[in-house]
Design a binder for this molecule. Structure first.
Ligand code: GRF
Length: 199
């Protein structure tokens, strides 16, 4: 798993694994932020965790960092890369190394409000319903095939913080469900459509 922040989605997925709801293990947690909560959460659970600096760019990994991330993930022999608040856009060699095997969670109903602060974009736009989306990662920004979505109503007295908090809570339900379905081989990708085969 890759993350830059608190790691609450990591914790939700790790809890679901511990509860026997996801037939998988977290191989390694990587972060571009040395003090990120996701690294300390992983270490508390005795899961391998490593800080790998992103290099000279602000929004993506530089070539050397990309190689280090790919090497660490390949050494851990992971089957799926789960992005949980990883604040770098993945490109080139990274995407090629794990094509079709990278998933992300985004705090809006894509394709609405990609990019930063999806909850704030939704509030500013005035939509009445927003939510979160789990999707495969491709070369576009928050653009790959949608695996699952969960809605959250926007309330008249919402602030960016209150809306973000409710979206975050739904992420913790949706992400483990989607990762479980992938781990059980229950989904297939047909062009842009991800089809769930219930076992
Ligand atoms: C979530 O809001 C997620 O949608 C976004 O980054 C945040 C990660 O939160 N991609 P956490 O680190 O899992 O708590």
């Amino acid at each position: 798993m890759l993350g830059s922040g608190k790691g609450s989605n990591f914790a939700a997925i790790a809890d679901a694994i511990d509860a026997g709801k996801i037939p998988a293990q977290v191989g390694i947690v990587l972060s571009d932020v040395e003090g990120a909560g996701i690294l300390s959460h992983a270490r508390e659970r005795e899961i391998a965790a490593q800080f790998i600096p992103a290099g000279k760019f602000r929004t993506k990994l530089d070539e050397e960092a990309e190689r280090s991330y790919v090497a660490a993930l390949q050494t851990s022999q992971v089957d799926l890369i789960v992005l949980a608040g990883f604040m770098r856009v993945l490109k080139g060699d990274f995407l090629r190394a794990f094509e079709g095997r990278i998933v992300n969670i985004h705090p809006s109903l894509l394709p609405s409000f990609p990019g930063l602060e999806g909850w704030k974009q939704a509030l500013d736009h005035g939509v009445k319903v927003t939510g979160c989306t789990v999707h495969f990662v491709d070369a576009g920004l928050d653009a790959g095939p949608v695996i699952g979505q969960q809605t959250v109503p926007v309330l008249d007295d919402d602030t960016p913080q209150s809306l973000h908090q409710r979206i975050h809570a739904t992420e913790h339900e949706l992400y483990p469900k989607c990762v479980a379905a992938i781990a059980r081989g229950e989904i297939s990708v047909q062009g842009r459509r991800v089809v769930w085969r219930r076992a």
